[in-house]
Write a protein of this length. Structure first.
Length: 232
């Protein structure tokens, strides 16, 4: 999964790239998901120009960890809301490439179609790699929703306030806890994305894929910083 050699370096270039890639997103189920599902997440230290990505591969039935990998690199793009994928994707691509097996589905800690230009991290990753992807975010970004009922599995639409389009769903993964915000990435329908999220969030608010990837990238970042910091 090579990183494109012409990776954008300016906001204008990144916006143009999102507009170019958006029509390539397939927002419907494409085949039957296989047994391997991965979670990816990223941690930063801007002061040291350092980004670490983690990819954790699971058996989707047992939720046993099958394999994990990390990648360390320099931050590829400045912080601009709506363009975070350009900061994160190079490291995420490296982490996925370090796995010895290819995931059938990838869960991103972020957005897919629930994005102002309908190309959040999950959709961007899916188009670049051809993998089935979905996004599970902790906040609704700029979109409207009503809180779902308290029961696990309840959901309400996440809608664009300008167009009224449903771009994702607020999903209650555990009774009475805050919802998560699920959106299509690539090669998956919204109903399937919601079911997948619930299958992965059997005990906690966040899917196990996200929980493990988050923990791993934070540990890897701490280790990378330690190797860069001279001992006293």
């Amino acid at each position: 999964m090579p990183i494109p050699t012409d990776w954008p370096t300016t906001e204008a270039q990144a916006l143009a790239e999102q507009e170019r890639l958006r029509p390539l997103v397939r927002a419907q189920d494409d085949g039957t998901p296989g047994p391997l599902i991965a979670g990816v997440d990223v941690a930063y230290d801007d002061d040291h120009d350092l980004v670490v990505a983690a990819a954790v591969l699971f058996d989707r039935d047992t939720l046993d960890v099958v394999e994990e990998a990390t990648a360390v690199g320099r931050i590829a793009f400045p912080y601009v809301p709506g363009l975070l994928a350009f900061r994160e994707l190079p490291a995420v691509l490296d982490a996925l490439a370090a796995l010895t097996r290819t995931p059938d589905t990838v869960v991103c800690d972020g957005y897919g179609l629930a994005h102002p230009r309908r190309l959040g991290l999950a959709s961007h990753l899916g188009v670049l790699t051809g993998l089935r992807t979905l996004g599970v975010a902790k906040t609704p970004f700029t979109f409207d929703h009503h809180d779902p009922e308290a029961a696990r599995g309840s959901w309400t639409p996440l809608t664009d306030p300008v167009t009224g389009e449903e771009v994702g769903r607020a999903v209650r993964t555990q009774p009475g806890v805050k919802p998560v915000y699920v959106s299509v990435g690539h090669r998956i329908g919204l109903d399937t994305a919601v079911r997948t999220t619930l299958d992965l969030a059997r005990r906690y608010r966040q899917p196990e894929t996200t929980r493990h990837a988050d923990s791993l990238c934070r540990r890897a970042l701490a280790e990378a910083l330690q190797t860069r910091t001279p001992s006293n």
